[in-house]
Design a binder for this molecule. Structure first.
Ligand code: AMP
Length: 221
């Protein structure tokens, strides 16, 4: 099974994509995580990506496409994958279509999670991630048992630089202008499942599983 998760920042794409990838043994491919990893390694691409991410802007398409192309060569993608946060522009979507067809692959479904800006800002500004294992937690909706420590591994919880309020507003604007048109792009291809991303993690996960074609799920590998 090959899926794309689409939706505004803060809607819970990362959380849901991770859950589903674990349940269905699919590779979880988050371009945001890939960039955060090269930033930590202080590579040239990392430095370039950081200059865009810190302002809430998108990293240039060419850089994203090269990274995705490289990532798809890894063997863990052979049994299927979930892209989370990619594609984010029409040129990326078209480039991805070409890349997949050159690999004789196709996308099964695109899950678009929707929600209103007020909730997204609230979720993003209270979001923290573990500096050790990367798990995401929310100080309001799923507060950690020990203050600012990850429930899973005890690592320190930190706020992403781009989860600061002024950057959040820019990211939402970028989403509206550049990424939202992809909802129509994939709808026209008959691939779109549009769902509300509002509710608890379990409620949204259940909604997604209900809408995914069980037959496709069974054929994942
Ligand atoms: P995310 O973790 O998906 O919210 O992504 C964090 C940031 O990484 C975004 O605000 C962008 O600056 C950058 N980024 C992630 N994925 C992409 C993409 N597909 N295209 C361009 N920039 C991206």
């Amino acid at each position: 099974m090959r899926l794309i998760f689409l939706g505004p920042p803060g809607i819970g794409k990362g959380t849901q994509a991770k859950l589903l990838s674990e349940n269905c043994s699919l590779a979880h491919l988050s371009t945001g995580d890939m960039f955060r990893s090269v930033i930590e390694q202080e590579t040239e691409v990392g430095l370039l990506a950081k200059s865009y991410m810190d302002q809430g802007k998108l990293v240039p398409d060419r850089v994203v496409m090269e990274m995705v192309q490289e990532r798809l060569k890894a063997p863990d993608t052979a049994c299927g994958f979930i892209f989370d946060g990619f594609p984010r522009t029409e040129p990326q979507a078209r480039g991805f279509d070409e890349l997949l067809s050159s690999l004789e692959l196709s996308i099964d479904k695109v899950i678009a999670l929707m929600g209103d800006d007020r909730i997204l800002v609230e979720r993003l500004s209270s979001r923290r991630s573990c500096s050790e294992c990367g798990r995401i937690t929310n100080l309001i909706f799923s507060p950690p048992k020990i203050e600012m420590k990850c429930d899973h591994c005890g690592g320190d919880l930190v706020q992403r630089d781009d989860d600061k309020e002024e950057v959040i507003l820019k990211r939402l604007e970028v989403y509206r202008n550049q990424t939202k048109p992809l909802v129509e792009y994939y709808d026209e291809k008959g691939l779109l499942i549009q769902l509300s991303g509002i509710g608890t993690v379990d409620e949204v996960a259940e909604r997604i599983e209900e809408h995914l074609d069980k037959k496709t799920t069974g054929e994942s590998c």
